[in-house]
Design a protein around this ligand. Structure first.
Ligand SMILES: Cc1cc2nc3c(=O)[nH]c(=O)nc-3n(C[C@H](O)[C@H](O)[C@H](O)COP(=O)(O)O)c2cc1C
Length: 200
């Protein structure tokens, strides 16, 4: 059966200079070799008004409206796979990714406390498989307090999704990677990408 795959990206870097876009493109390329009939929907958060809106006291009442929140939740319910790519920005996911998640993490829509035991939430997006793809300037381990990769994994698991082994392409601000074309640089993790694409 063909899958419907939502491909979410949220970097402010120019497309041709972005390591997370290069990682995402390479992953999709490898995945397509194994799943040629699948349908892909691309969501670049730079182009989505909701991803520019940060929750504040002034907009709290209207934040989860149809256009900015419910339509995107519907979109998640209409697909069965999500590929999400985020760079590390100041030890976290990018603000656009955070704004996206703030809109779709809505009680009784994507998670519920109603039927849970011991205060655990029940994820309502348990039809989803998710592939987390991240980049960061520093090598793994320099800033243990900033783990955007694990944050994304845990957040999608919270809404019930099955999360494939995440790929983090780290050390992009160091030589030689920083001087390389992102599409070339990403080949350093090619075998990891191929392995993840097979199990997704
Ligand atoms: C505003 C901003 C903040 C960043 N903060 C961090 C950071 O806290 N830690 C880190 O390791 N790299 C940081 N970086 C580097 C990026 O994570 C790195 O360049 C990554 O490859 C960017 O992916 P992209 O090319 O898809 O945007 C930052 C980059 C920018 C533009």
């Amino acid at each position: 059966m063909a899958n419907k795959v939502l491909v979410i990206s949220g970097t402010a870097s120019p497309k041709d200079k972005s390591f997370s876009i290069a990682l995402q493109n390479k992953f999709v390329e490898e995945y397509k070799k194994l799943n040629s009939d699948d349908e892909f929907i691309y969501l670049d958060l730079n182009d989505e008004k909701m991803a520019q809106i940060t929750l504040s006291r002034d907009n709290m009442k209207d934040f989860f409206n149809q256009e900015d929140a419910l339509n995107y939740i519907e979109q998640l319910k209409s697909v069965n796979k999500v590929i999400i790519a985020s760079p590390m920005n100041n030890f976290a996911v990018s603000a656009m990714i955070k704004n996206y998640l703030d809109h779709i993490l809505l009680a009784n829509q994507t998670f519920s406390y109603k039927y849970s035991k011991k205060g655990d939430a029940k994820g309502l997006l348990d039809h989803l498989s998710v592939q987390v793809l991240t980049t960061q300037g520093a090598p793994i381990g320099w800033y243990p307090f900033g783990d955007h990769t694990n944050y994304l994994k845990g957040t999608w698991e919270f809404v019930g999704a099955k999360v494939n082994h995440p790929i983090c392409f780290a050390g992009t601000k160091l030589e030689p990677v920083v001087s390389m074309d992102p599409n070339q640089a990403i080949l350093q993790v090619e075998s990891e990408i191929i392995k993840a694409a097979k199990s997704f």
